[in-house]
Ligand binder design. Structure first.
Ligand SMILES: [Zn+2]
Length: 398
């Protein structure tokens, strides 16, 4: 079914470019320092707020101008909550803006990964920010409504509501959110599409659609994913992969994504995330009650908006600690999808070639520091994925 490696449309198998690997190493090191600096700014921001009592002063100032007057539920002032949250966000965004421009725009340009103009990049940032603000403000309002009305069980309610939100967002992501940033077009009819449909048939699964994502106007990097839930489920593959990979290599990429679909990885991911969220909210609940019980902290109650920085701190610490846990789970799932792609295509040569190409294209390190990989990588290192394919081939006796 697969074309032999020697007949890959005249294109030779890709090998790893040592110069690109040296660049990848530098790129990774700079990005690590940048994320550390970002973390430092966030921590310093919170420390300054607590040291100066800015969280209490901001509350008093906003209450002073009458923002607490409107209370649809006892103890919940939506206007106060919204303006408080927006003020904190605005200051934080301004503090991190220079670093954000450097790591999101300057650095990828310096390494030849971005093709975007500053205007287009700023436009994307603005769109992402509006989207993020609408969603987080909504969640924060619900949070403070629950804190005011359900002081003991708010965290359980919030976990259920967030699960509901996550499912809706996962469903809408490929039809409403991704198209804000990238143009999606159905994969043209032809040999690749036929091959994928045959694979889906063998897997006894129906893929609703395969879409090509127009990434190449913005980036040189390659990416693919399975997205959506229920009626919006689809495989999305970057045109940067469609254009630069051989058909056999694209098939391996599609088979990997099909593996996620067959393994129901989006649902499993939502389940894992819900368990982590629930545990996190339970812990934050304890921390919040303890903080509010301290008279010297100056909180007027659980639903006091001035608890927002405390909540940010508690959630931040929890996310920092559990991040590696989520990454470990993700790496297991990715390895299973790789296994699926190998079993499905039985073409380890194209698998290996595709990952060599990806390492060159995305400036990804083949073998990063194992500690860094364990903590921060949500996919196995590419070197590991290649060795996985080599041992698959060895087990087949080829
Ligand atoms: Zn994957």
């Amino acid at each position: 079914m697969t074309v032999p490696a020697t007949e890959r449309g005249g294109q030779p198998a890709a090998t790893v470019d040592p110069a690109r690997q040296a660049q990848a190493k530098r790129y990774a090191r700079i990005r690590r320092w940048l994320s550390l600096a970002n973390l430092g700014i966030g921590a310093l921001f919170l420390a300054l707020i607590f040291a100066l009592g800015a969280h209490l002063r901001l509350r008093d100032a906003l209450v002073g101008v009458g923002l607490a007057a409107w209370q649809p539920a006892h103890g919940w002032s939506p206007l106060l909550v919204a303006v408080y949250a927006l003020s904190l966000t605005l200051v934080y965004e301004l503090l991190t803006l220079p670093l954000g421009i450097y790591s999101g725009f300057t650095l990828p340009h310096r390494f030849g990964l971005s093709r975007q103009s500053l205007g287009s990049w700023l436009g994307d940032q603005a769109k992402g920010m509006v989207l993020g603000l609408v969603l987080t403000t909504g969640i924060i309002e619900i949070l403070y409504l629950l804190l005011a009305t359900q002081p003991q069980t708010w965290w359980l309610w919030l976990a259920v509501i967030m699960l509901f939100f996550t499912v809706i967002l996962a469903n809408l992501a490929p039809v409403l959110i991704l198209p804000i940033f990238y143009k999606l077009t159905p994969m043209p009819e032809g040999e690749l599409r036929d091959r994928l449909l045959r694979m889906a048939e063998r897997a006894h699964t129906s893929v609703r659609g395969v879409y090509v994502m127009g990434m190449s106007r913005k980036t040189t990097e390659g990416n693919a994913a399975v997205m959506g839930l229920g009626n919006t489920r689809r495989i999305v593959v970057g045109d940067t992969i469609m254009q630069e990979y051989t058909p056999d290599e694209v098939e391996v990429v599609l088979a990997h994504e099909l593996g996620h679909h067959v393994h129901a990885d989006i649902w499993k991911g939502i389940a894992v995330q819900t368990v982590l969220t629930l545990a996190g909210l339970a812990l934050v609940n304890l921390g919040l009650h303890a903080g509010v019980a301290q008279p010297t902290f100056g909180y007027t109650g659980l639903a006091d908006v001035a608890t927002m920085p405390l909540l940010a701190l508690l959630f931040g610490i929890y996310g920092f600690v559990t991040g590696p846990l989520g990454n470990t789970y993700s790496r297991i799932v990715e390895r299973q999808a790789d296994q699926y792609a190998l079993d499905m295509t039985r073409d380890p040569a194209s698998f290996i070639s595709a990952f060599h190409r990806l390492a060159n294209q995305n400036l990804a390190q083949l073998d990063p520091n194992p500690v860094i990989e364990a903590l921060f990588y949500d996919h196995p290192a590419i070197g590991k994925r290649i060795r996985h394919a080599e041992s698959w081939r060895a087990a087949q006796g080829g």
